[in-house]
Design a protein around this ligand. Sequence first.
Ligand code: XUL
Length: 523
Amino acid sequence: MSKLFLGLDSSTQSLSAVVVDLDTRKVTYEKSLNFDEALPEFKTRNGVLPNRDPLVKHSSPRLWAAALDRLFAQMKKDGVPLGKILAVSGSGQQHGSVYLNDKATAALAGLDPKKSLDDNLEGIFARKTAPIWMDSSTAKECTEIRKKLGGIKFTASRTGSDTFERFTGPQIRKFAKTEPKAYAQTAHIALVSSYMASLLAGKIAPIDFGDGAGMNLMDIRRKNWNHDALKATAPGLAGKLPPLTPSGAVIGPVSPYFTQKFGLNPEAVATVWTGDNPASVVGLGLIKPGQVAISLGTSDTFFGTMDKCQTDESGEGHVFGSPAGGYMTLICFKNGSLAREKIREQFKIPDWKKFGELVAQTPPGNNGGILLPWFEAEIVPRVNQPGVHRFGLDERDAAANCRAIFEAQMLSMRLHSQWMQVAPEKIFVTGGASNDKTLLQVLADVMNCRVLRIEVSKSAALGAALQAAHGWLEAAGEKPKWEKLVAGFTAPVPGSEIVPDKQAVKVYDKMLQKYAECEYEAM
Ligand code: XUL
């Protein structure tokens, strides 16, 4: 008998499903439902509700529920053997929060399959909308909480991150301050992940250590709610939060709503969801400490796994719990492909192939030329004032500028990930720019590490499906090994390995100090 597990990912713009067969080690089904297109009645744009204030970014919890209904209907239509699914798990966009009143528990327990999921939820929200990770309207609350917790270093060492506008704690504080009545009527605060899990389980679901760490409320080492952080955030908060548990732990049987309406296996279990980044770490196969993935996308992100908790004293990077146990870090560099594109436009370079060719014409270290590509305000390092800075670099030299921007981005990653104290053993790379071997050679040389390319789609939903499998096996009394579980699902592209060049490594080892000085000077 095949062992089928369903992973869902409720992201900013879409809800995705991945079904894995653990016996054949195959993804047997993949589907995405785009919120704007499938559910235009909720009037979102790219998954976000319009708002006059550009700093405010909210979405609709009812939209996410309606999407779940739609996606299950689609799976049934597509002939997915829902009756054979053994467990369901998921992941959600991180930090976003949902506010439920005291009617929620009864409504979730009695979901009526004759009605839509959305109609079933009528009257259970203490706040109609949910602030999401793109919101940056809580600068004041960040300062207030950070101050009460003793500054950046202490906030980061206790909760895993400094306070950030998008993090749930500052968002809750703003809600409690600006809408005290609605806050008082809030009986349960959920993350996107725990809200979606609650719908599937038919009861208020716990929050996992992965997504809980994105709230500025969880003690990152003890993995319980941090009393000081709760106090610094809002009154009576402890009574509104669910318990914290490991990702993928079994909550209970799936709600009869899904078994009766869509034919989901009545014996299937609903398990605890996590955040999309923690789920991606599993989906990318980053199980062992020292494994690192870099995604070269709109922003460049650096994910790594650690077994011991190290936090970033400068407060730039984040530490979350990893669904595979231990910890993961996430460092987000905003000026990623966006900045590379700006250089490409500036020098009228027709395509990325030509960009790579130009980089190849120049030597490692770029004859000392350095470019700081802060076309937009940067997250890491914290740069509020956008600006492009050149040091010893001719601004008319296309090839040198192409090399300079990529070298700076990779040097910045090396410099700003040192606090992890993890020497990567190999680096997996994904995203647009990972197709270019010249750029990957720069990455390998700067990091002095082997680089392998992985092609992934839906890494979060895949991670969630594997998380469902792990939770189910554990509940069945087995001791599943993560390494075995992910094997075969996340193999690097054959022949994509790039080995660092010893001479170039020496050049970059020296250049790192100079690069750090340039950053210091420009900030
Ligand atoms: C991570 C973050 C984003 C969202 C995207 O801190 O804010 O990556 O999780 O869904």
